[in-house]
Design a protein around this ligand. Structure first.
Ligand code: NAD
Length: 462
């Protein structure tokens, strides 16, 4: 079978499937090749969505245990039904992945299941159990994402020493879990299993958690997570793991080994270019395995583009989506752009940690003069009423122009609140613009208004 398309997209994660839909809307005849049966990629199948389902369920369990009584809700004997919790997560995933099948049908996108490989310029072979197909197009978009990585000397066996994929479906709560890496994955999944009863120790190589996020918030997050019962060892360089019959020993440079039931390796992800046949089109990944691209996501091969985790930068679903849209809009209209300053990042712990734009550390490094406005949720009426008054909003604005340069939030619903500041940055707003916009009372968003007012030292409730 041979088929010719206006655009072939390799990979149906948030970058690839969104690009395919947008290209179809723009009138292209699009094929999308995905090796897994469900569409949606890491994010929907084994990443963002299942982890958020477990974060929500485990948080409800913890709240039922620790705070329902204080709010006058007595529930008698509380029990964990882990199989049901996992089933709810799986149901969420399958509903959403089926939804993308529906979107593909609606947009008349030809879906191919199988492994895609370049045979030469403009030619892709798709392999699956039924055989091979050859697809051709003058425009091919690589959106193959990333896969979990590990440390030298640590083999992921998928059973005792696992990546995030398996840590989303432990069939029993491990008595003890060592998490290697205090980034988003380590803290989110570490929190899930701690809430469900595991003794969780997070080992982090750096002297801080959440690398890349604002330092002040990361410090506050560390204290909060410690008070919740997560144990941390910072400056801990993990050198290996020995797997025993019933336990694991995690070896750390200069420290005693730590014995535990399971180990979650959460030290980052690596670009996925395995067996893509890039050599057939003369594309060479860089030293870290990423595909180098130009301003419009073009690779060194004519007509071949790449977006998302596979090109580097923040490994975030929504960053990949923006790139996918910008790339295909450029192909169709000659214009497409991503404002990387306005891409938020969120860690879905409780409290959530969210960030957009520059951190204080980055502004200092770039010698940009800035003003800071902060406001604590402890002084926000809604936060008090819902019983989640921990954390703060911090807004950074240019000292000369007052333009908002960044915002950092730790607190209830930080991940939803940050969207307001992302939009403000997109519109090049000043902190005064945010401060003068009416925010409904009582809402958590008032903390953003107050932090913006604090930039000009005119906050009302502090
Ligand atoms: P990460 O890069 O965010 O964090 C990995 C951590 O491991 C770092 O703090 C690093 O210093 C530490 N580390 C590295 N080597 C170590 C060693 N030998 N011993 C101890 N610690 C070591 O990676 P991640 O948390 O695995 O996430 C992978 C990617 O997926 C990231 O880009 C992340 O942003 C993304 N992601 C995002 C979300 C979200 O947005 N909520 C959720 C999950 C994943």
């Amino acid at each position: 079978m041979s088929s010719q398309f206006d655009l072939i997209v390799i990979g149906a994660g948030p970058g690839g499937y969104v690009a395919a839909i947008r290209a179809a809307q723009l009138g292209m005849n699009v094929a999308c090749i995905e090796k897994e049966k469900p569409l949606g990629g890491t994010c929907l199948r084994v990443g963002c969505i299942p982890s958020k389902a477990l974060l929500e369920s485990s948080d409800l369990y913890e709240q039922a245990k620790k705070s329902f009584g204080k709010r006058g809700v007595q529930i008698g004997k509380l029990e964990l039904d882990l199989p049901q919790m996992l089933a709810q997560k799986d149901e969420t995933v399958s509903t959403l992945t089926r939804g993308i099948d529906g979107l593909f049908k609606k947009n008349k996108i030809s879906r191919f299941q199988g492994h895609a490989k370049f045979l030469g310029p403009g030619q892709i072979q798709v392999n699956n159990a039924d055989g091979e197909s050859l697809l051709t197009s003058r425009q091919i978009l690589i959106a193959t994402g990333s896969v979990p990585t590990t440390l030298p000397g640590i083999e992921l066996d998928g059973e005792r020493v696992v990546s995030s994929t398996e840590a989303l479906c432990f069939q029993k709560v491990p008595e003890s879990l060592v998490v290697i890496g205090a980034g988003a994955i380590g803290l989110e999944l570490g929190s899930v299993w701690r809430r469900l009863g595991s003794q969780v120790t997070v080992l982090e190589y750096l002297d801080r958690i959440l690398p890349g996020m604002d330092g002040e918030l990361a410090k506050q997050a560390l204290k909060t997570f410690q008070s919740q019962g997560l144990q941390f060892q910072l400056r801990a360089k993990v050198t290996g793991v020995s797997v025993n019959r019933k336990s694991c020993d995690v070896h750390v440079d200069g420290m005693d080994s730590i014995r535990c039931e399971r180990v979650l390796v959460a030290v980052g992800r690596k670009p996925n270019t395995q067996d893509l046949g890039l050599e057939k089109i003369g594309v060479t990944p860089d030293k870290r395995g990423f595909i180098p691209v130009g301003k419009h996501y073009q690779t060194s091969a004519e007509g071949v583009y790449a977006i998302g985790d596979v090109i580097g930068g923040a490994m975030l679903a929504h960053k990949a989506e923006e790139e996918g849209i910008a790339c295909v809009e450029y192909l169709s209209t000659g214009y497409g752009h991503v404002n990387y300053q306005a891409i938020p990042a969120i860690v879905y712990t409780n409290p959530e940690v969210a960030s957009v734009g520059s951190t204080e550390e980055q502004l200092k490094e770039q010698k940009i003069e800035y003003k800071v406005g902060t406001f604590p949720f402890a002084a926000n009426g809604r936060a008090r009423a819902i019983g989640h008054a921990e954390g703060l909003v911090k807004i950074l604005a240019d000292a000369r122009t007052d333009r908002i340069l960044g915002a950092h939030i730790i607190g209830p619903h930080a991940g939803d609140l940050i969207a307001e500041v992302a939009v403000a940055i997109e519109f090049s707003a000043s902190s005064e613009d945010l401060a003068r916009a009416s925010h409904a009372h009582p809402t958590l968003a008032e903390a953003i208004k107050e932090a913006a007012m604090a930039v000009a030292k005119r906050t009302i409730h502090m």
